[in-house]
Design a protein around this ligand. Structure first.
Ligand SMILES: NC(=O)c1ccc[n+]([C@@H]2O[C@H](COP(=O)([O-])OP(=O)(O)OC[C@H]3O[C@@H](n4cnc5c(N)ncnc54)[C@H](O)[C@@H]3O)[C@@H](O)[C@H]2O)c1
Length: 107
């Protein structure tokens, strides 16, 4: 069993978190959006996706998933934040990815 920190609890990060959490891992889902974290803490999905409320319920019941705003020390970090296309530079804008690398684990 690994402790996994998934940064970004959107359409990719949250389902990934719930699949790991329902398959034997401890997952902390981190997001900078307080609404997303508060909704998950209240045990609700921040967006609709068939079958995922049940996966969230299962993960919480197993104490295998929780949502937080601050990054934590874990075995594995997985980044799932936006990478919007910058049409001027003609490449992905990596500022959100860089911002995750600059988040410090509180001491
Ligand atoms: N959604 C898709 O169908 C899809 C498909 C293939 C690839 N992707 C890629 O997956 C990645 C994530 O996309 P998505 O659709 O899940 O995005 P999303 O917008 O649904 O979710 C991203 C989340 O990251 C959060 N976030 C931003 N900065 C953060 C930070 N520093 N720390 C923690 N959280 C932060 C946002 O608040 C948001 O909740 C992107 O690179 C995207 O291109 C998405």
């Amino acid at each position: 069993m690994s402790k996994i920190c998934i940064l970004g609890q959107g359409y990719i990060g949250l389902p990934t978190a719930l699949l790991f959490a329902n398959n034997g891992h401890k997952v902390v889902g981190i997001d900078v959006n307080k609404r997303v974290v508060d909704t998950l803490k209240a045990g609700r999905m921040p967006f609709e996706e068939n079958g995922f409320q049940e996966l969230l319920d299962g993960a919480i019941a197993k104490k295998a998933f929780r949502a937080e705003s601050l990054v934590e020390e874990t075995d594995v970090f997985l980044v799932a934040v936006p990478t919007p296309f910058d049409s001027e530079m003609r490449m992905a804008d990596l500022k959100y990815v860089v911002s995750t690398c600059e988040m410090n684990v509180p001491t």
